[in-house]
Design a protein around this ligand. Structure first.
Ligand code: ZN
Length: 714
């Protein structure tokens, strides 16, 4: 009876699936207390980072877990069994292995002898030992080359690989890595982190202790922050990485002006080491201090761009000369208004290499827009343009919380179109695994989602809906691992987003923006608060103009988006009219990002439907559909002209929602007619059709069918 009660006490009721659980752990070195009631848990397959300053207690915690230091209080559980007082050898047999701080390789033993020590506690048969050695050598080619060399003669990086290899000899279920990058050259650090990612992907559970906080956060899913032996913070790594307080602490140790930094400084966090963030460290956000700083940067970019366009492109020079502008005309951001607009016509007129502003020997690639009318718009890219594009695309992934552990299935067009190339480059830049499938091929897409366990799916909104419905139809929703969908190039309605997310098992949707004229996709993306698109104002200036008067609209008003590139070399864009309708959203975003934002694209100024004197954006229909419960997301607008009366007629074909019975037609029709009248100020004939009857395509679905006399559309 009493032993039964004791067993119940020693297994905590929470987190029953934890591989490792540490509860209220304290530790002393003599009289000095090093840990104060620390709680931590790790589930199988997770990579957990433990970060904190020197002396925060990170290594002490690892030693307690490994059985190298007896805790003075608290409990450690492995698979819900208490192991608080187990010996190090017992912990190895339980499936734990430690790669200790400072490597601690045996200098006078050979590489191979060091490796064999890692499995000693397991008393393996000789052939099993040899099999494991070969596996280690496959992972660490350096070690195989030096297998007979004394460990003391290895470089620091090689010793670190040896220490990790030695820990892996035990085939641990949980690998404890203590400061794997300490004192190691950046290039080797990259290799070691690449190996950590591989191990994590292969299913090894990892507890990573690192002073290089940004790196550790980038490599992990969750993190614990220790300060002075106590748990100071914990949470998802991507969120911690974007936490402004923590960033201030990591980056701004010297900036005592920052109150957040000094508050964390008081907690002993300010000597966390962070190398200057570079591309491999997952920070692609700009570092401007405030709006003034950004404006200064934009002015410099604008001056450079006008000079570059004037000097490099005869087409621009003619336009600028005609407007009385020369290479030195820009002295303030207000001068932007003096520049002439550029539009699709300028691009087509200059076919095949319009607005090219660098010599051909600097052009390393071209892309073209998927224009269906007239000549395609072809854009030239220099190497720097491609690098910039890759960087700002990586920023999109970062904003969506993508990490190197994600698997990104890219189902957009590759080739001369910009989409695939952009998604691919950004994915590789952020270090995630790209699954470059391209568009279409639903069978293969679903197969890959299941087999590769892709966590991110990138496509058009139409394709995402098509996939979502197919996943649902085949009943494989519980076999896929997609948590995020990045979609773009097409307007999407609230109800369509809702449907996609629901059928993908609650995946989070991120609307990505971009245009070929401005690198390609990736010039902005929806943030985790899902209210707006943040755009990269350090790469281009965004203006909103009235498409009729061409004057800027008032702050926050809807209008046409006009972009001016700030550092684009191959084909700079000066006040390029995108015809996309959006508005700037004033004020700061609740997500904490200082980057400015605009609304989701509402439509295009040139595909507005003119109907009986009223301008209708197709997106208004989306809004109506989203507002009437029982309607689906798919519709068609058919516009006809009565040859007798000459009057225009609009017929709306709308799908009912999934599972909604035709018995509700009368009620739904009534409500929809009311909404159409109220929101569009016109009357339309309605027809409700069964869910799934309107055609789905993986490209942009055609929704407007206009068979009126063509000249009336303009
Ligand atoms: Zn935001």
């Amino acid at each position: 009876m009493s032993s039964h009660a004791a067993t119940q006490e020693s297994t905590s009721p929470f987190e029953p699936t934890s591989l490792l659980r540490v509860e209220n752990l304290s530790a002393h070195y003599g009289a000095a207390q090093a840990l104060f009631g620390v709680d931590l848990h790790i589930k199988a397959g997770e990579t957990i980072a433990l970060i904190g300053a020197n002396g925060a207690g990170k290594s002490t915690l690892l030693k307690c877990i490994m059985g190298l230091l007896k805790p003075s209080g608290g409990h450690i559980y492995l698979d819900d069994k208490e192991v608080t007082t187990a010996s190090p050898a017992a912990m190895v047999r339980h499936g734990l292995a430690l790669s200790p701080e400072g490597r601690e390789v045996f200098a006078h033993l050979s590489v191979e002898e060091n490796l064999l020590l890692g499995a000693m506690a397991l008393k393996l048969k000789r052939h099993e030992e040899q099999t494991r050695l070969q596996e280690i050598y496959q992972r660490f080619a350096h070690l195989q080359e030096r297998r007979t060399q004394l460990a003391g003669t290895l470089s620091g990086g090689e010793q670190q690989m040896l220490a990790i290899g030695r820990a892996l000899m035990a085939k641990p279920r949980l690998l404890l890595l203590d400061e794997p990058s300490l004192g190691i050259a950046p290039k080797i650090t990259d290799e070691i982190f690449a190996i950590i990612h591989q191990l994590a992907r292969a299913g090894t559970t990892i507890l990573l202790v690192e002073q290089n906080a940004a790196r550790a956060l980038s490599a992990s899913t969750r993190a614990y922050l220790l300060a002075n032996g106590k748990l100071a913070q914990q949470g998802r790594s991507a969120e911690l990485l974007n936490n402004p307080d923590l960033r201030a602490a990591f980056l701004g140790a010297a900036s005592h002006a920052s109150p957040q930094a000094s508050r964390l400084g008081a907690a002993g966090l300010t000597n966390i080491r962070l190398e200057k963030p570079d591309m491999r460290q997952q920070n692609f956000m700009p570092d401007f201090k405030d709006e003034d700083d950004l404006r200064q940067h934009q002015l410099k970019g604008l001056q450079w761009s006008v000079r570059h366009a004037y000097e490099g492109s005869s087409a621009y020079r003619e336009k600028l000369d005609a407007a009385g502008i020369n290479a030195e005309s820009i002295t303030s951001l207000a001068d932007l208004q003096r520049l002439p607009f550029t539009d699709a016509h300028d691009l087509r007129a200059g076919y095949p290499f319009p607005l090219r502003a660098v010599p051909f020997e600097q052009v390393v690639r071209i892309h073209a827009s998927s224009g269906t009318t007239g000549k395609r718009k072809v854009l030239c890219y220099t190497q720097k343009d491609l690098d910039d594009w890759k960087y700002l695309f990586a920023r999109c992934y970062q904003m969506a919380g993508i990490t190197p552990l994600d698997r990104v299935q890219i189902a957009v067009g590759y080739g001369v179109w910009t989409a695939g190339a952009g998604f691919q480059a950004g994915c590789e830049q952020i270090g995630a695994m790209a699954v470059p499938v391209g568009p279409g091929n639903i069978d293969m897409q679903i197969q890959f989602l299941i087999d590769f366990q892709s966590t991110v799916f990138c496509s058009t909104a139409s394709m995402a809906l098509l996939m979502a419905e197919e996943i649902h139809r085949r009943g494989v929703a519980d076999k896929i691992a997609v948590t995020k969908i990045i979609y773009g190039s097409e307007r999407s309605s609230v109800s369509m987003r809702r449907k996609i997310s629901e059928l993908f098992g609650g995946a989070e949707l991120f609307d990505i923006t971009g245009l070929t004229e401005l690198y390609g996709p990736g010039t902005g993306i929806e943030c985790s608060d899902h209210d707006c698109i943040h755009y990269w104002a350090d790469y281009f200036i965004l203006e909103i103009i009235d498409p009729d008067t061409l004057k800027p609209v008032a702050e926050g008003e809807w209008g046409e988006m006009v972009v001016t590139s700030l550092c684009k070399e191959g084909a700079p864009m000066l006040r390029y009219r995108t015809h996309d309708i959006t508005r700037k959203i004033p004020g700061a975003c609740t997500c904490g990002s200082p980057l400015p934002r605009h609304s989701r694209i509402k439509g295009r100024s040139d595909d507005t439907i003119k109907f009986r004197g009223v301008n209708i954006y197709p997106s208004s229909i989306d809004t109506i559909l989203s507002a009437v419960p029982g309607l689906g997301s798919e519709y068609q607008i058919h516009l006809t002209r009565d040859s007798g009366t000459g009057q225009d007629c609009m017929r709306l074909l709308i799908e009912r929602g999934q599972g909604v019975d035709s018995a509700r037609n009368a009620e739904l029709t009534h409500e929809t007619e009311y909404q159409v009248k109220k929101q569009l100020l016109v009357s339309a004939e309605l027809e409700l059709v069964e869910y799934g009857t309107l055609p789905r395509t993986e490209k942009k679905s055609q929704r407007v069918f206009d068979s009126r006399i063509q000249d009336a559309i303009v």
